[in-house]
Ligand binder design. Structure first.
Ligand SMILES: CC(C)(COP(=O)(O)OP(=O)(O)OC[C@H]1O[C@@H](n2cnc3c(N)ncnc32)[C@H](O)[C@@H]1OP(=O)(O)O)[C@@H](O)C(=O)NCCC(=O)NCCS
Length: 206
């Protein structure tokens, strides 16, 4: 992935990663709005769109086709993978890894060191109607160190506790306790994991 990219310093002190090509058209490069703050050594791939007043910390990587909407905040040392959508006003902590195809919608808050697997589906409208004029955002919080497996669906209004582990494909409908492993549809508590993600007999004392 990174092998075919080169880094070009931008005026913002960030680095724009663009494909090794002698022909670099405007449609092939990142579209970074004004009034953004992008930390040192952060790389931004081609075709990334970054809205106004976005803040991104240092040493992060934003991969191809990602869209980061206005007022979003992304911490340091994050990896925002291909085709990720970060909605307006969303906050993502330091050291997070968000895998391909994830949409983090308005109302979702991601704390530090969170792993979000490919195609995880967040929601922010508990009772969606296409014709509703007054839909309400229902917040969701993912706490430090939690991991969410590939293709899991997170129904809005819940919290995922510190270092919890959500299995691939789970449908999370209730709060997940810290260090809890949840599996299935609806996701059920199946045991505990430690900070490294290994199964343990009891909830770790921290
Ligand atoms: C949930 C998970 C952590 C469990 O791992 P584990 O403790 O090693 O579990 P095992 O493989 O020993 O499986 C234990 C049981 O749970 C079942 N199981 C495991 N993962 C499951 C899942 N995601 N959904 C439903 N059942 C699952 C297994 O079939 C097995 O059932 P059995 O006891 O009836 O045979 C792992 O399976 C998982 O989903 N990891 C997330 C992977 C991922 O999405 N990574 C993203 C980056 S690519």
């Amino acid at each position: 992935m990174a092998e075919d990219s080169r880094q070009v310093a931008s005026s913002a002190g960030a680095h724009i990663a663009s494909k090794l090509s002698t022909e670099s058209s405007s449609t092939n490069s990142a579209n970074i709005s004004e009034n953004t703050s992008i930390g040192e050594n952060t790389t931004i791939a081609e075709n990334v769109s970054i809205g106004e007043f976005v803040v991104i910390g240092e040493n992060s990587k934003i991969w191809i086709n990602a869209q980061v909407r206005e007022n979003a905040k992304i911490g340091a040392r994050c990896i925002i993978s291909k085709d990720v959508y970060i909605d307006h006003d969303v906050t993502i902590g330091n050291g997070c890894k968000i895998q391909n195809g994830v949409s983090v919608f308005y109302g979702v808050t991601i704390h530090d060191d969170v792993f979000i697997g490919p195609h995880v589906c967040f929601t922010n409208d508990k009772v969606p109607r296409a014709f509703s004029q007054e839909w309400q955002v229902t917040p969701t919080v993912v706490y430090r160190g939690a991991s969410i497996g590939a293709n899991a669906t997170i129904i809005c209004g819940i919290t995922i506790g510190e270092y919890a582990m959500v299995a691939a494909g789970a449908v999370v409908t209730k709060d997940v306790a810290p260090f809890s492993l949840v599996i299935g549809n609806p996701a059920c508590h199946m045991g505990y994991v430690d900070k490294t993600g290994n199964r343990v007999k009891a909830k770790p004392n921290v």
